[in-house]
Design a protein around this ligand. Sequence first.
Ligand code: LLP
Length: 416
Amino acid sequence: MDSYTQSVHFFGRSNPEELVRKYGSPLFVYNEDILRRQMKRVAGLLPNHRFTSNFSIKTNSNLTILRIANEEGLNADAMSPGEIFVLKKAGFLSERIFYVSNNVSEEEMQYAIDEGVIVSVDSLSQLEMFGRLNRGGRLSVRINPGVGAGHHDKVVTAGKKTKFGVAAQDIEKIHDVAAQYDLHIIGLNQHIGSLFMDYKPFLEACRNFLHYAEEFDELEFLDFGGGFGTPYHKLADEQEFDIESFKKELDALLTEWKQQTGRDVLFKTEPGRYIVAESGVILGQVHAVKENYGHKYVGTDIGMNVLIRPELYDSWHDVEVYRDGQPVTGGEREVYSVVGNICESGDIVAKDRELPVIKEKDIVAVLDAGAYGFSMSSNYNNRLRAAEVLITSSGEDILIRRRETLDDLLRCFPNS
Ligand code: LLP
């Protein structure tokens, strides 16, 4: 593929050069059409069942993006009081928010209870905490089905080697604690891990999970979690997650379960990356091109403060080069490492990539950065967090988060 962004008219009526001139660099740019397409795919996952999907907003909690998710009829899961707070600001009603809590304080748990949000607990100890705070309450328990999957050890969130969920062999104990505090377990949830292109382990985990569900009488919903993959190697023609086949197999599994057990509950999923990764691109400027002991480096403003994924997980993000508003695709090529402006040797956004010959002032576009991009960005080295822009369905560009200013760096100091 020559230029992915051009093939999908990613930048609408604008182009990377104009956008950077108007909003500065580095810049997160999102495409509304791609975002809505992915949201619709998820919302339509199980048309033959009572079904709703959460959008996992740890991937991206920009208010405008949350409002679009709300319009598309998605529910949302929250991982913290902060996520509950912004979801409410974006217009989500309490009953459409699911707090997947993990090792939270009593204050945090109480916040969710007071907000009327359904809480999932992920240990027997936090089940007891919930019982002490809310005797007779309704909640969900996160089960660890003993099967995990993911693109890196750090993002496998079930199986025998993670902190998450209550082990399946402790189900009896869940019932004991629930009885002690008159609790109603109205939901069970799981999340086996993040980014799988092969959905077989997910289906296997669902099968185990359905089996455990039979041991709970009051269930109103079952939440199978997220993790559906994104093709990060799209310039090498990596195929997208096969949602159609996944849909059919999941549908068959659930239909069979309902027939065998005579039960009918609301089914849920909670993907994040699949919904928002492909809709986001980071634009950055090339400020230096250099050679150090035989290695060529492209020095940009996309540091690890802007995108941490390559450093944290050795993640791959495709890179495109733009010059004078057009993608550079032909001509001579060179092998470069695209690096940032942060004081760490690991500050490499793309290592040893064959790219068109790059000049200062070119713009690099880092693809598939809509998920775990801005939301994991930081002020490391006192760099300012980037601005975010949306390319709307009519091709306009609108600012959806302003760039931080130097004054923002002083906001929390009492004596600034
Ligand atoms: N539900 C729960 C309970 C989760 O822990 C997660 C992600 C999700 C849903 C959404 O997973 P997704 O569909 O986005 O794969 N920062 C890493 C990924 C960490 C995932 C943590 N949990 C990355 O950049 O790859």
